[in-house]
Design a protein around this ligand. Structure first.
Ligand code: NAI
Length: 674
């Protein structure tokens, strides 16, 4: 009895093979599904159909990719290779069917799903914003392994297919048609007609143009490969992210011979999938899925209306983001001019993200300036983002609490005031929670859901559900100075300033961190955040944790050198915010410099785990990766400690402590991280 698919035959002899994976809201190309697909294809082939259509019964779309959770079960590269060969055979059988075949694409058609679609003779896609087509494999440290690297180049040409596979980005239906990956795009109601039209008219099969095909032959192939490698190096280092480089190499070796290319794809992907980068990126993917599942307990909580108080940098951008994600938003401030500025910034965001003028208009309509604060009594979630001032915040709470809807969530975006202090003035503190968004709101995926000891679990769930509803990742953290992300980031930034004080060139400090795999150097990060903000957070945290704040930070702020926004910080910037006088950075001891900064970050991570700021290691790793960009290919700070060896790290801390002082003393909790 088939479980993940079923097929029907219509009056024209066309077989419609419906994919509907059991116990899953999306279709994946799991090993079970793939094997069942192979069997179904054999059975269908015996009935000599007039045509075969692959389609999905899931509202989420066609196929979202391979089943990533199965990656961890692969024992070794040999096992992976034999599995890939099996997949190649099944897709080759579809490709070799004597009847015409069509993939009917709706929603997600990613990774293995796109590879399967490419094995069909034609592809029809729904022309809708929900249609997403692409190869996200590089994000998991591999490249398409079910024949996708061969067929996408055959159909679209190397210059179109390669950037898609190398970047992992997804396309909408129109862009996919332009790239040659889809033959026809139609609105939903025309999908079945579109399929039939293709089966009747049988147009020529998509094939890359002559010029693109020529590039598959030597010596042009090595020139193109050289160019692609140089471009890719600008985005990633081969020692950190080997997959894109392996993909180019695989094409360079075998690009003119499909048989060799299939074999090389199987070998190369099998090696990558067993390497540490892929394993760690899969771990990060699983962490992300874990965060997405938080809040699923609060099923009945579907907020529609958000009221934001404080239309400054944070409040204005939080309001805009919520409106972008479909919420009705009222935005309150003491002064109309801040509302005007916030609404103008929101319009820019809507234009950038939504493009279509009707959608932009609708988003603008959802965001209502509300000087008098009428929205307070109607909102499901009220977010306070006014000045970082205890009395101002408490006075506001006293005023608004009696007006709140009975089951409304009251949240603060405070970055440093203990929630316990703010809650003192509330009659019903149970509904009070921290929603700590990061700046810039539109870019940062993580939101810390800050809770007091007394917080009700259902309120934490409701807050997580809200964060998920606006497309961000929620991370529950205990209310404690700096919460999780800022607290862990601060010692790392301060160590960078110590190095600067010792006379190390800022470019070299940043280079050391980039070489470790951080997305931005700490000196550049401090300049970007603003040295005044860094100083204020550092001073507040030092009151609790006793970190020494290097004098340099205070001196620069006093001189008005606040970073990028003032034109001068550690670096100098022009009027457009571009860095000037950039020096080439190289030093023989980059590794040692990175060690100093990263070890302080790791030490603070262990302290946070020990104090149970978050519930477990996975949540800590997720928070630091999604909140700071900590080298994803290393799988998070605690994952990294386990891989590199906890004892080795502690020894290194001891050495630095002897050499540089108490700030490197191993915190409590290392014994538990083995
Ligand atoms: P901001 O100074 O840009 O904006 C504050 C806004 O609140 C101003 O427009 C002001 O007119 C308004 N306001 C003050 N009192 C008010 C009242 N009683 N009623 C209505 N409006 C009032 O401040 P920013 O940077 O947006 O920070 C807001 C909150 O977000 C603070 O608690 C801060 O700690 C927190 N935060 C800031 C981050 C940042 O990077 N700026 C990052 C994360 C949190």
């Amino acid at each position: 009895m088939d479980t993940h698919m079923h097929w029907t035959r219509d009056m024209d002899g066309i077989v419609w093979l419906h994919l509907d994976q059991q116990k899953s809201s999306v279709n994946t190309l799991s090993s079970e599904v793939l094997i069942e697909l192979g069997r179904a294809i054999d059975e269908i082939a015996q009935t000599t159909p007039a045509g075969l259509v692959l389609l999905s019964d899931k509202p989420t779309g066609f196929i979202a990719g391979a089943d990533v959770n199965e990656f961890s079960n692969i024992a070794n590269a040999k096992e992976a290779e034999s599995y890939i060969h099996q997949a190649h055979k099944i897709l080759a059988r579809i490709e070799g069917l004597p009847c015409a075949t069509v993939a009917m694409i709706t929603g997600f058609c990613l990774g293995g799903g796109l590879e399967l679609a490419l094995a069909c003779r034609y592809r029809v896609a729904e022309d809708a914003p929900s249609t997403r087509i692409g190869f996200p494999e590089v994000k998991l440290g591999i490249f398409p392994g079910f024949g996708g690297s061969v067929r996408s180049i055959q159909k679209a040409g190397v210059l179109k297919a390669m950037p898609l596979m190398l970047s992992g980005r997804t396309l909408n239906a129109r862009a996919a048609k332009k790239q040659g990956l889809v033959d026809l795009i139609v609105p939903k109601r025309q999908l079945v007609n579109g399929v039939k039209q293709l089966l009747l008219s049988r147009p020529a099969v998509a094939k890359a143009n002559r010029w693109q095909r020529m590039l598959n032959h030597t010596p042009l192939r090595s020139v193109v490969a050289h160019y692609l490698t140089a471009q890719t190096r600008k985005q990633a280092k081969p020692e950190h992210y080997p997959a894109p480089f392996a993909l180019i190499e695989h094409w360079k070796r075998t690009g003119d011979d499909p048989d060799k290319m299939y074999a090389s794809e199987a070998r190369s992907v099998s090696e990558l999938i067993c390497g540490s980068t892929s394993k760690n990126l899969v771990h990060v993917y699983q962490l992300q899925e874990k965060l997405k599942r938080l809040g699923s307990e609060a099923e009945g909580f579907k907020p529609q209306h958000v009221h934001v108080i404080g239309g400054g940098i944070m409040g204005g951008d939080i309001a805009a983001w919520c409106a972008l994600r479909g919420m009705r938003v009222t935005l309150q401030d003491r002064e109309a001019k801040y509302l005007t500025q916030a609404v103008a910034r929101a319009d820019q965001l809507f234009k950038k993200r939504l493009k279509n003028s009707y959608l932009v208009q609708a988003a603008n309509d959802r965001l209502m300036p509300d000087l008098k604060g009428h929205g307070v009594s109607k909102a499901d979630v009220v977010i306070e983002a006014i000045f970082e001032d205890i009395e101002a915040k408490q006075a506001l709470y006293r005023e608004i609490e009696p007006k709140l809807k009975e089951d409304a969530l009251l949240a603060t975006n405070t970055s440093s005031i203990p929630l316990e202090t703010l809650a003192e003035v509330l009659e019903s503190p149970g509904r009070f929670i921290g929603l700590h968004f990061f700046n810039p709101v539109a870019k940062m995926l993580l939101v810390e859901v800050v809770h007091r000891k007394e917080a009700l679990p259902q309120q934490i769930d409701r807050a997580c559900a809200f964060v998920k509803q606006i497309g961000k990742l929620p991370l529950p953290v205990k209310s404690s100075p700096g919460f999780l992300v800022n607290r862990i980031l601060m010692p790392y930034l301060l160590e960078a300033v110590n190095l600067y004080d010792e006379g190390v060139q800022p470019e070299i400090i940043d280079r050391a961190a980039l070489d470790f795999g951080m997305p931005m150097g700490p000196i550049e990060l401090a300049d970007t955040v603003g040295l005044d903000i860094c100083l204020s957070v550092a001073e507040k945290l030092s009151q609790h944790y006793g970190n020494e704040v290097p004098d340099t930070l205070g001196r620069l702020v006093k001189q008005g050198a606040l970073g990028r926004k003032s034109g001068q910080g550690f670096y100098t910037y022009d009027a457009t915010g571009k860095r000037i006088g950039q020096k080439v950075a190289s030093s023989p001891n980059l590794h040692q410099l990175a060690d100093r900064m990263i070890l302080r970050l790791l030490n603070e991570s262990v302290a946070c785990l020990n104090e149970q700021i978050v519930e477990n290691e996975d949540l800590l790793d997720a928070g630091v990766i999604f909140g700071t960009g900590f080298a994803p290919f290393r799988g998070g700070p605690l994952h990294y400690i386990h891989q590199a060896g906890s004892e080795k790290m502690q020894l290194r801390l001891n050495q630095f402590e002897k050499q540089l002082g108490r700030r490197f003393a191993a915190t409590h909790g290392w014994q538990a991280v083995v």
